[in-house]
Design a binder for this molecule. Structure first.
Ligand SMILES: NC(=O)c1ccc[n+]([C@@H]2O[C@H](COP(=O)([O-])OP(=O)(O)OC[C@H]3O[C@@H](n4cnc5c(N)ncnc54)[C@H](OP(=O)(O)O)[C@@H]3O)[C@@H](O)[C@H]2O)c1
Length: 309
């Protein structure tokens, strides 16, 4: 392990990038000198200085759809890494519950977790988005670092005979129009930097649909196109989409226990891992989209190998 040199030339003759053992030896020598305490602290700080785990520390993050499932796990993960998080969704009771659950898990950081209601299919959605961003930035006092969009409602296969224009329009409104308008509003609040990100949620059913996915497949596909286009329109802010395979979340709740088991078994059998995903598995993808300053216009898959099966 190498430790980068940080000590001013007048303080020490220790050369740059010494092996850790070298620094420890230098530390033992240094501890006999009058400036030993200062040097020891600097050595300790340098040797321990994290490059990865602090990336979200103090960053402001909004998770739209963060009150359940994948979004909730992503919000939790961001809080755990030190971010100041706002979760948003349409139901006040779910917001209160999500904030309460996170504050219980992370009692020391309760003031970093807040929630705000937004209905992404309302007629005045852009006004509601502006209120959400004002809330998260305390009226524009702080800039925003990351936006994650995981909002979605219950979905499942629709037999072709039951497809209607309204069903497709409703799916498009929440999943495609929502993030597009949100990008429009977010660009006024996000810090203009490749360190900032805007991440949306797509899927895998465009590439490998099952029977009955004619409504959702074009939605999923549109989200990938939206990602590629927004990466240009929001640059240098990065835009990516996460593409989950089957993930067991609260979205399964409208199904009976038996139906849930059947869906889980179906997708387990179609994976290479013989599992369905957990919200926590997916949270890792959103963390990557937030933390990787070189990633934009990308589709990040976590599907247990569904697409390779
Ligand atoms: N789970 C999977 O297998 C899977 C697979 C591929 C893709 N996805 C996609 O991943 C995303 C997250 O899925 P999930 O399973 O985590 O779903 P989930 O647990 O049902 O969470 C959906 C979130 O969206 C919010 N929401 C729904 N309608 C809204 C509206 N009109 N306005 C604002 N917020 C709204 C919900 O809160 P409220 O009810 O309070 O509004 C909730 O917070 C969805 O877009 C889904 O299509 C999921």
């Amino acid at each position: 392990m190498l430790v980068r040199h940080f000590i001013r030339a007048d303080e020490s003759a220790i050369p740059p990038a010494l092996p850790l053992e070298g620094y420890l030896k230098a530390f033992r020598t240094a501890s006999k000198t009058p400036w030993s305490n200062r040097l020891r602290d600097k050595i300790r700080r340098s040797a321990m200085s994290p490059k990865y785990i602090n990336k979200l520390n103090g960053k402001r993050v909004i998770v739209v759809g963060g009150t359940s499932g994948i979004g909730f796990a992503t919000a939790e993960a961001a809080v755990e890494y030190g971010a100041i998080v706002v979760v948003a969704s349409s139901t006040q009771s779910k917001i209160d519950n999500a904030v309460q659950r996170m504050r219980k898990s992370y009692p020391d950081v309760g003031d970093r977790i807040r929630g705000k209601a937004i209905d992404l299919v309302a007629a005045n959605v852009e006004d509601q988005m502006t209120s959400l961003f004002d809330f998260a930035t305390e009226g524009g006092k702080y800039s925003l670092d990351h936006v994650v969009y995981t909002a979605g409602d219950f979905f499942g296969p629709t037999p072709l005979s039951e497809v209607t224009g309204d069903k497709l329009a409703a799916s498009m409104k929440l999943r495609v129009t929502g993030p597009l308008l949100m990008a429009k509003v977010a660009m006024k609040y996000l810090t203009l930097s490749p360190l900032s990100s805007f991440t949306i949620t797509s899927g895998v059913m465009d590439s490998k649909p099952l029977p009955g996915w004619a409504v959702m497949a074009p939605v999923v596909s549109a989200l990938k196109g939206l990602t590629h286009a927004l990466a240009h329109d929001l640059k240098p802010i990065r835009v990516n989409c996460v593409c989950p395979g089957a993930v067991k979340t609260e979205a399964f709740a409208p199904l009976s226990e038996d139906q849930q088991t059947a869906v889980v078994e179906l997708f387990k059998a179609k994976s290479l891992t013989n599992t369905v995903g957990t919200p926590q598995d997916l949270a890792e993808c959103y963390l990557c989209c937030m933390n990787n300053a070189f990633m934009t216009g990308s589709e990040l898959y976590a599907d247990g190998g569904y697409l390779r099966h």
